[in-house]
Write a protein of this length. Structure first.
Ligand SMILES: [Zn+2]
Length: 335
């Protein structure tokens, strides 16, 4: 058993949308999704990041709508305070751990929720947001993703945008995030944007849910050079369980991608070889992905730990991957 920190899931958005649109009675405590509080307890979690995700094409008032999701997040925290508590600083995490409580860290997956306003960014900080994924799959006034996304169409996931990085506003956005103490997340961002983040920031940052491109040629994954630079900066990338980010299916094979534990371990081994053990974390993307998953939900996460042991990883290495590397970044940024 190893304690777990997961840097990315879409559970709050999914739950809120179900409740509003389908009048569902699912709660964070118990539901049929990948993540609920019971499953996190069974899986031996220390901390779960909860992202507020919104598609730019589906919401006209991104800031106002994000407040509704954040309010729902806090209602769930209040209703489940016997099990879980929100964290804003590293010390909060340690305190929860001592009290035997789960920690929840509030994040945004789409920088456009701040609607191009630094005063909204600062307001998010005051509301407890401690990590922001700069872009999702659309250009958003902060930067560009790697591929062109259109609802209903199959995107070219092998393209890489090495030209369009952060905008002028994007640069002031990341500078203000660093000053405030919000962790910069480069998952979804173009390759050019990744290098702009390196250029315009000084502190460690993360790719909260991205794998190794060398093991699966998908533009949501990191090139070897990006892995090296991220690691040199003290950052971490979180292993994403999305089948098509783990498993590249040769055209001739005509099968569906499968998120097997073996594939996860080959990505982890490659990340270790290129960036060292210190740059590896977890970012499951639970409740934001579907397809064939060997680890069916959060309650089964110790299967990954057992397989890492069998693959020859030491207990120190397993603790590094499962929680210590991410804790190191949180300790440095979340003061
Ligand atoms: Zn994502």
């Amino acid at each position: 058993m190893a304690k777990l920190i997961d840097m990315h899931c879409d559970t709050i958005t999914e739950l809120y949308d179900r409740r509003v649109k389908k009048a569902s009675t699912d709660t964070l405590r118990k539901n049929s999704l990948h993540i609920d509080l019971d499953k996190l307890k069974k899986g031996n979690y220390m901390l779960q990041n909860f992202a507020i995700f919104q598609s730019l094409k589906k919401h006209e008032n991104m800031f106002e709508d994000s407040i509704k999701y954040i309010d729902y997040f806090y209602q769930e925290m209040e209703a489940n305070k016997d099990l879980v508590s929100v964290v804003r600083t590293y010390d909060d995490i340690i305190k929860n751990e001592k009290e035997g409580k789960l920690s929840a860290l509030l994040t945004l997956e789409e920088g456009a929720e701040a609607e191009g306003k630094l005063e909204f960014l600062r307001t998010f900080y005051r509301l407890g947001v401690r990590m922001i994924t700069l872009t999702w799959n659309y250009e958003n006034g902060i930067g560009y993703p790697n591929f062109h996304y259109e609802e209903g169409k199959t995107p070219d996931m092998k393209s890489r945008n090495t030209i369009d990085g952060l905008t002028e506003f994007g640069i002031s956005f990341v500078e203000e995030m660093e000053r405030l103490g919000i962790i910069i997340d480069v998952s979804h961002l173009s390759d050019a944007g990744f290098y702009d983040v390196l250029r315009y920031t000084k502190k460690p940052f993360v790719a909260s849910h991205s794998n190794a491109l060398n093991c699966c040629n998908c533009c949501r994954n990191l090139t070897d050079d990006m892995i090296r630079r991220l690691s040199e900066r003290g950052g971490v990338t979180g292993i994403n369980f999305c089948p098509s980010f783990l498993d590249e299916v040769p055209i001739a094979e005509e099968r569906k991608a499968y998120a097997s534990i073996d594939k996860m371990i080959s990505h982890i081994k490659h990340l270790k070889k290129i960036g060292g053990i210190q740059c590896i974390g977890l970012g499951t993307d639970f409740d934001g992905i579907d397809g064939d998953l060997e680890i069916k939900d959060a309650s089964y996460m110790q299967m990954l730990v057992d397989s890492l042991e069998k693959a020859g990883f030491t207990s120190t290495e397993i603790d590094a991957i499962c929680h210590n590397n991410v804790l190191r970044v949180y300790k440095e940024i979340l003061r």
